[in-house]
Design a binder for this molecule. Sequence first.
Ligand SMILES: NC(=O)c1ccc[n+]([C@@H]2O[C@H](COP(=O)([O-])OP(=O)(O)OC[C@H]3O[C@@H](n4cnc5c(N)ncnc54)[C@H](O)[C@@H]3O)[C@@H](O)[C@H]2O)c1
Length: 313
Amino acid sequence: MRILVTGARGKVGAATIDRLLSAGHEVTAVDRLPPVYERAGPVRYVQADLTDAGHAAAVLPGHDGVVHTAAIPSPVKNPPHEIFANNLMATFHTLEAAERSGVGRFVHLSSETVPGFCYPKRYFHARYAPIDEGHPIAPQDTYALTKWFGEQLMDAAVARSDITAVSIRPTWVQWEGNIERNVGPIVRARGADESASFWSYVVVDDLAELIASAVTGDVIGHEVLYAAAADTANGLPLHDLVRRHFGDEVELRPVPRPDASGISCAKAEKLFGWTPQRSWRDLLDAEGRLLPEARDRLAGGATAVQRGLAAIS
Ligand SMILES: NC(=O)c1ccc[n+]([C@@H]2O[C@H](COP(=O)([O-])OP(=O)(O)OC[C@H]3O[C@@H](n4cnc5c(N)ncnc54)[C@H](O)[C@@H]3O)[C@@H](O)[C@H]2O)c1
């Protein structure tokens, strides 16, 4: 397939490009960051700011599918109006251009934050564990709102046209380059720290595999699904962690294993046969430090993210 990946210079975009190339797809990479004006690599890279309708209209034609990862990926490091304008309009213009260009499949990178309890101004928590796609949605922060509105844009597009869509809600995305900083302290806290998304995380290689299935697999209309690793980020039993930090206020639902993730990926498995294969234990030791083999991959530029970035440079 001819697949366009937006946000190609980011960790999810780059790992996705690596996965799609290894599956034999023809990839176009798009990001608002400048290109390198040298001999082209295996992937065509086009600089485009997707908040500009003209940029989106210029890059979309000629593709069978689009993976839209371009966004500001957090509510806390940019002014809210910038997050809102960037994320929502980039999704709007990319989707409009895809629809007009006859692109068949739109994979929209949404977020675990959509239900609202990750960054609320007025505190609330998830109602049950593990969280799944049926959880009520009530976002207060701008980032989660843009992702939720993005999901609604997908609903509208599949209703009015032949395009089909998948919104993937990844939890916290990890790779060799950030997991020691992000998950290391959770491992060392040994359950003492609270977590709004119930100690969930996902390794980017697994997420890229789900994205590849979502862009190529059979879909009717618009599907929304979570992506998380199979286990908790500290290896402790989910039900014990939730009881310890949330008392009886959170309903405990059955889990496939005691240390199951706080986010269920049963829907992704049902739709695409996807199950996460990677755990933090494949990258970190019991003290949360990067394992030597992961450190070597990073030093050698051999991670999925680095291979994807190398392909577009
Ligand atoms: N990182 C996470 O933990 C996480 C969790 C859930 C969802 N997500 C979502 O996954 C997607 C990818 O996240 P990431 O971690 O790779 O982020 P990232 O910041 O590493 O990469 C995002 C890329 O998008 C590009 N971009 C932003 N706005 C753009 C625009 N208007 N036009 C063109 N390019 C633009 C940036 O230049 C950057 O290269 C995002 O949509 C994010 O919201 C990320």
